[in-house]
Design a protein around this ligand. Structure first.
Ligand code: 5GP
Ligand code: MG
Ligand code: MG
Length: 181
């Protein structure tokens, strides 16, 4: 029995449910694609904190190619359940990205405001390439169109949590994704 199976945590009863097995299978598929696309390019995988921390950790462990990592954090003002559209930088990068092949690793793209801000901000720092891997996307909520090069799952408009994503800062430690009714 794994440490995850021992946890006394159960899915909620909302419309989106993605099991640990489904998550791992999809992350493996994305890793295989990324590995192929970036072989020989020493990519730089930037984890967008906090939500992407588990996706990023699982993804980089499955990438058996030379790579480097960094972390960055933004937040949006206002309601915690949805982005206000106004994004602020909370933690900047620790390493320069000039000339690097950057892959942004995000948990979820909702309105697109956060990713739009980050792409503009990092685009000015001269990366050799700049691509996006997002575990989840809610296309029906999009206000700003953003490119998503590697997408885990398209989901309907529901508030999801688990596997790094929070519900009022709790539940990031769930090994699956679940949602509220
Ligand atoms: P956007 O700027 O695309 O509207 O929102 C992006 C951020 O809002 C995500 O990185 C995430 O932090 C938060 N977010 C959007 N939808 C959800 C959701 O369903 N669950 C959780 N936990 N966070 C969400
Ligand atoms: Mg995020
Ligand atoms: Mg949050």
């Amino acid at each position: 029995m794994t440490v995850f199976q021992q946890k006394q945590l159960r899915p909620s009863d909302g419309p989106v449910q993605i099991s640990e097995e489904q998550l791992m299978a999809r992350v493996r598929e994305l890793a295989a694609q990324i590995r192929q696309d970036y072989a020989g390019h020493n990519p730089h995988l930037i984890c967008l904190l906090n939500g992407a921390f588990l996706f990023h950790a699982d993804l980089v462990r499955l990438l058996d190619i030379p790579l480097t990592i960094d972390f960055m954090q933004t937040s949006s003002y206002g309601d915690a359940k949805q982005s206000s559209g106004e994004v602020k930088l909370v933690k900047d990068l620790s390493f320069p990205i000039s000339g690097r092949h950057v892959l942004l690793v995000e948990d979820i793209i909702d309105t697109g405001s956060t990713m739009d801000y980050i792409l503009r901000y990092l685009g000015e720092r001269g990366p050799a390439s700049l691509k996006v891997a997002s575990l989840l996307s809610k296309p029906s909520r999009r206000k700003v169109e953003v490119p998503v090069d590697y997408l885990g799952f398209t989901i309907p408009d529901a508030f999801v949590f688990g596997y790094g994503l929070d519900r009022a800062q709790q539940d990031r430690n769930l090994s699956f994704i679940t949602s509220q009714k």
